[in-house]
Design a protein around this ligand. Structure first.
Ligand code: CTP
Length: 479
């Protein structure tokens, strides 16, 4: 990043620069680290403050090019990207770059709101052609026309998609180029929403999401996490670019290799909540990130995926049939109902215990009693029941969350449960796996052990699904 290099070389600190250009130090740090793009005005001030050493174009260096993936499912696809207004618009510049790498025929519409966050100039520089911005631009209409635009796309991706744009789509509005194209198109539409968590949770947005889903629109994200606004966190962050690309590949349906095509994969994910009384439950810290990433990777590999998930705060993966449950007993029922399957992957952190007697009224404190004893009984072991059941999938994979003797315990667990493989991970608190982004796992098989390096949960999922695809015998697929 040129700004970082200049700050280092010039001896001007981020704080000093912030004061000179009227920004906060945090903003300068984000710009310096390539985590945000400046407005044209801010870029101009920085150019001035640096004596022209750092110009607006220098902010378009978004990191090293990644080589096109061999299974590029977007090769040659005609993609229309709509960028609407939101702080996440800067990620769309990276998306453009990745789509260009993937050989997509790319056109971009920048809504009026979108151009408040990224400039037509920066978008145009990356696309290699000016973005379209106005419905009544006669030149644009002559050049392509919104109806042709609508027809000549294999996929329309809206990233970021604002609450307002979604509301307009749900209502069938067509008062600017983006909404006119969206109303006129027969192409599949994928939305990557990004907004404040309160806006995402608002009943109006919920209604619009439901309406759009019924209309056949697909969603990727939003994800849980910190928002650009200070002290705001929750579900509302735009999905990351690799997640968006993955969802696009599934929709365009051109992914070269579909090694799990025709296969049914069941994945369990997240925690379970075991009720104590109408207001309390027993739970654990599982976020569902690993299980959801596995479900998404299996879908990308062409499988029909049933994801049985406990209560989580993350988005449903694209292209997956999601069954939501709360308690272990319901998870067992849902898994049994989803059988037969070719492959079952049990990534859920199922609660081992539930209360023996579920109270139908809220438990009250007893006067004078300082202690409270709950009688617990063991939950059904879903992995074991399925592994030993008469509808056993051909390949059954369990997880082992361990805090000590990870591999040894996992080997014992694999035999005890009767599954084929165990993905063992060290969930000792200091490693931050539970709820965290990364995972260092060991794959324990009957005849071998693999120690995988620390990776993101998405990478673990990709690698596991690759292993599944190569180990899975091409036997008859289940119904
Ligand atoms: N599992 C399951 N049903 C349960 C408990 C666990 O399906 N009632 C599955 C998990 O999804 C995971 C594997 O079994 O794939 C191992 O889970 P883990 O919690 O590590 O093991 P436990 O069987 O609970 O053993 P322990 O807590 O004694 O280590």
């Amino acid at each position: 990043m040129k700004l970082a290099a200049w700050i280092k070389k010039s001896g001007v600190s981020a704080r000093e620069l912030a004061a000179r250009v009227g920004a906060t130090e945090a903003t300068i740090s984000r710009l310096k680290n390539g985590h945000a793009l400046p407005s044209m005005e801010m870029a101009g001030k920085i150019a001035h403050a640096s004596g022209g050493a750092v110009t607006a174009n220098d902010f378009l260096d978004l990191g090293p090019e990644t080589p096109s993936s061999p299974g590029n499912g977007l090769d040659g696809a005609r993609i229309l990207l709509i960028i609407s207004g939101g702080i996440a618009a800067y990620k769309s510049l990276d998306l453009i770059r990745r789509l260009k790498e993937r050989n997509c025929e790319l056109r971009v519409i920048l809504t009026r709101g979108g151009s408040e966050f990224v400039t037509p100039l920066s978008v145009g520089a990356l696309v290699g052609a000016a973005p379209y911005t106005d419905l009544f631009d006669t030149k644009t209409e002559f050049d392509i026309g919104h109806i042709r635009f609508a027809r000549e796309s294999d996929l329309i991706i809206i990233a970021p998609a604002t609450a307002d744009l979604m509301a307009k789509m749900a209502g069938g509005h067509a008062d600017d180029l983006a909404t006119a194209v969206l109303l006129a198109t027969g192409a599949p539409i994928l939305l990557a929403p990004a907004m404040n968590p309160h806006m995402w949770a608002h009943p109006a947005t919920r209604r619009n999401v439901e309406r759009l889903t019924l209309d056949g629109v697909s969603f990727i994200g939003p994800n849980q996490g910190e928002m650009a606004e200070a002290n705001e966190a929750g579900v509302g962050r735009m999905a990351e670019v690799p997640e968006i690309l993955g969802a696009m590949e599934i929709i365009v349906g051109k992914a070269g290799a579909k090694p799990l095509e025709g296969r049914h994969v069941i994945v369990t994910s997240g925690p379970t909540h075991e009720p104590i009384d109408p207001v309390r439950y027993i739970a654990n810290r599982s976020s569902g990130k690993q299980g959801h990433a596995i479900a998404a990777a299996a879908a990308r590999a062409g499988a029909r995926v049933t994801l049985v998930t406990g209560p989580v705060g993350i988005a449903d993966p694209s292209g997956v049939n999601v069954l939501r449950i709360e308690a272990a007993a319901d998870m067992l029922k849902a898994v049994e109902g989803a059988l037969p399957a070719d492959i079952a992957i049990f990534a859920a952190a199922v609660a081992d215990w539930r209360v023996a007697q579920l109270a139908d009224q809220k438990l009250k404190k007893k006067p004078g009693a300082n202690e409270m004893v709950l009688d617990l009984v063991q939950n059904p072991d879903i992995l074991k029941l399925v592994s030993r059941g008469h509808k056993r999938p051909e390949l059954v994979i369990g997880f082992a969350a361990e805090t000590q003797n990870v591999v040894e315990n996992a080997k014992t667990k694999r035999r005890a449960k009767g599954c084929d493989w165990i993905v063992a991970n060290d969930v000792a608190h200091e490693r931050g796996v539970m709820g965290g982004e990364k995972n260092a796992v060991h794959l324990v098989m009957e005849d071998g052990l693999e120690d995988w390096p620390e990776m993101t949960k998405e990478q673990v999922a990709e690698m596991l699904i690759e292993r599944v695809a190569s180990a899975f015998s091409p036997a008859k697929a289940s119904a």
